[in-house]
Ligand binder design. Structure first.
Ligand SMILES: Cc1ncc(COP(=O)(O)O)c(C=O)c1O
Length: 497
């Protein structure tokens, strides 16, 4: 099935519009034009002119002013056009986008096929769909998602939302209702859940909840520590046992990020999760897997499938590359009417594009040991290791917050399309400086981790070609050299004193 072409029932006026040769021809012509114009966007380049650069600076100043911020995180405003992993900014410069808005743009910028679907979806009567007013495509998207999830788990139902955070809010309500009056949740240290009042409290970052009254009862467990291996699993399990003893029957759920995202792109072996999930199951605590960041990119569509954990999962949230976010749950966790609803679950464009993305992912050659995601990961690791062996001075021993060397953390890691590397020992200031230099030199990235700090890529592997890593590493190398020189210059006077 090509899911994206089955959104209007045969015989309806809508299907007549969908089948109209006039519409088809108009879209074909627009897509041809997009292809032609975007073909000029093939490499990183600076702004087109000083005039455009000045206009851009003014735009950024306006953006800061209107948002009440002294400065935007990145000096980023897109022009509205791109080509695969390359994106044109409003000053005519071109960047190589290896972070994709922290994940959603897995199929890059201005993908002709996705644009074609978006154009058709834009003809729908509904700009945004919600629970009272939805079209057939909303249920088709839901069916597709449940079909994929239920192949490898007990997940049987889905509620669509317009953000990962709202998917998480829905999951939490489901867990609370099922286990009422249990009022506590268990989460991993350094987790991230979104930015609502509740999710900011569960997310383990003090800065993200500054000034928020603490009303959610959260107990934290340490995530897997690769250096300590099985001992780390034993410790986490012992901590979980103590929590269960301390608060018998009071935990509604435990939240699992199978690869920690904001926490540092930390994977963990299956055994670690099995031990904790078994214990949760025995204690009647819901197992909720937050796949908002992992979904679609770790090597299987669901990371719980990659790790063969499907049998344990009661609730799962997804988002980002799916365009529409969702909370999936098993039959046992099906909530009572009234618990979940909303005026908007998302736009028709997002639903139809999301459906095409799911369809493409499941039918393409992305997953498995020899899938394209695995090949990209190998290419990424080899590229970073190559730079590190030529320039060890740009990397150095990776240090914990208390300055002990963390030998088990390699210079490059992560899982599948979640890629991280750790220059300058993972120290906050130089890693941050490097991230901005990298931006300036032409590659979009982001950081992760809370010490050590890492650079993370969530590249558009849906469209990126293996050979395009060469261009990426060229820029990475330039930015590393520049950062190293800047740091050395700054530190030299200190060393002389
Ligand atoms: C693991 C995880 N959960 C939830 C969220 C929140 O998603 P959103 O930003 O779409 O609300 C994120 C976002 O980065 C995430 O990484």
């Amino acid at each position: 099935m090509n899911a994206s072409t089955t959104t209007a029932a045969p015989g309806t006026r809508a299907s007549k519009l969908n089948a109209s040769p006039i519409v088809e021809e108009a879209i074909d012509r627009a897509i041809d034009e997009i292809r032609k114009v975007q073909s000029g966007i093939t490499a990183v380049r600076p702004p087109l002119s000083e005039e455009l650069a000045a206009r851009y600076r003014e735009l950024l100043a306006q953006a800061s002013e209107v948002r009440g911020k002294s400065k935007l995180f990145f000096d980023y405003h897109g022009s509205g056009l791109g080509n695969g992993p390359f994106v044109e900014l409003a000053d005519g410069s071109v960047k190589l986008d290896l972070i994709c808005g922290i994940g959603p743009m897995f199929f890059g910028h201005s993908d002709p096929e996705l644009t074609r679907i978006a154009m058709r979806a834009a003809m729908s009567d509904l700009v945004l769909q919600g629970n009272l007013q939805m079209n057939e495509d909303s249920t088709q998207f839901s069916n597709l998602l449940v079909e994929e999830a239920s192949r490898c788990s007990r997940l049987a139902h889905v509620f669509l939302t317009n953000s990962g955070c709202m998917a998480n809010e829905s999951a939490l309500k489901i867990c609370y209702q099922k286990h009422a009056p249990a009022s506590r949740v268990i989460a991993f240290e350094n987790c991230f859940m979104g930015r609502s009042v509740t999710m900011s409290q569960i997310g383990d970052n003090a800065g993200n909840r500054a000034g928020i009254p603490l009303s959610t009862l959260v107990d934290y467990l340490p995530f897997y520590d690769a250096e300590r291996g099985e001992a780390s699993t034993r410790d986490a399990l012992a901590r979980l046992d103590r929590l269960i003893e301390r608060y018998p029957g009071q935990h509604a759920c435990m939240i699992f990020e199978l690869v920690q995202g904001e926490g540092g792109f930390n994977p963990a072996p299956r055994e670690f999760f099995v031990a904790l999930m078994e214990r949760c199951r025995k204690a009647g605590i819901a197992v909720w897997v937050d796949e908002v960041q992992t979904f679609g990119r770790t090597g299987e569509m669901f990371a719980f499938d990659l790790l063969k954990l499907g049998e344990y999962v009661d609730v799962c949230t997804i988002g980002k590359l799916s365009q529409i976010c969702a909370c999936l749950y098993s039959k046992d966790y099906n909530p009572k009417p009234g618990l979940l609803s909303g005026t908007f679950v998302g736009s028709t464009v997002a639903i139809q594009v999301g459906m095409h993305i799911l369809d493409t992912l499941r039918n393409g050659n992305y997953y498995g040991a020899n899938g394209s995601i695995a090949q990209h990961h190998q290419r990424f690791v080899a590229g970073i290791e190559g730079i590190a062996s030529r320039h060890p001075e740009w990397f150095g021993p990776i240090l914990s917050p208390d300055d002990t060397a963390m030998k088990h953390i390699k210079v490059a890691g992560g899982l599948g399309g979640m890629m991280r590397f750790t220059p300058f020992g993972g120290r906050k200031e130089p890693v941050n400086k490097f991230m901005y230099n990298l931006y300036d030199e032409g590659v979009l990235s982001f950081y992760c981790g809370h010490g050590p700090y890492h650079i993370r890529f969530l590249p558009p592997l849906g469209v990126m070609k293996l050979q395009q890593w060469d261009a990426a590493f060229e820029v990475v190398e330039r930015a590393l050299a520049r950062t190293f020189e800047e740091i050395s210059r700054k530190e030299a006077p200190k060393a002389q004193n």
